[in-house]
Design a binder for this molecule. Sequence first.
Ligand SMILES: Nc1nc2c(c(=O)[nH]1)N=C([C@H](O)[C@@H](O)COP(=O)(O)OP(=O)(O)OP(=O)(O)O)CN2
Length: 123
Amino acid sequence: MPDQINISDLLLRAIIGINDEERDKKQDVLINLTLHVDLNEAGKSDDICDAVNYRTITKEIINLVENSQFELVEKMAAEVAKLCLKDERVLRATVRIEKPGALRFARSVGVTIERTREDLFGV
Ligand SMILES: Nc1nc2c(c(=O)[nH]1)N=C([C@H](O)[C@@H](O)COP(=O)(O)OP(=O)(O)OP(=O)(O)O)CN2
């Protein structure tokens, strides 16, 4: 299995949705990420410079999501994936975005997308 960085259950707040009340009030957004990255170098050197810093990426995602006003979870997922793939060492990003409690009778609802560098940048 290729190496991965996993960021689990990042719980943020954002304006997200198509209904009037969702445009006015922030709601919980639960984010799970898998970044496919070769972790060999960092595993040998134990040097953060050889690693894709998961703290840096997380802070950038927090800033993006908490200042966003997307209507669809699909759009939020696409923008988060694009941010994850900015670092050329990230080969593939799997992004799951959920809105817990947004759907009556359901615990949670959301989407999962997978994007590669080729999908976004054609490289
Ligand atoms: N690829 C890696 N990236 C990072 C690693 C790592 O081992 N591999 N380690 C760290 C830090 O040790 C991290 O685990 C904790 O960082 P920090 O406490 O700064 O993260 P917070 O989000 O809690 O920072 P606050 O500023 O307190 O919110 C980082 N990256």
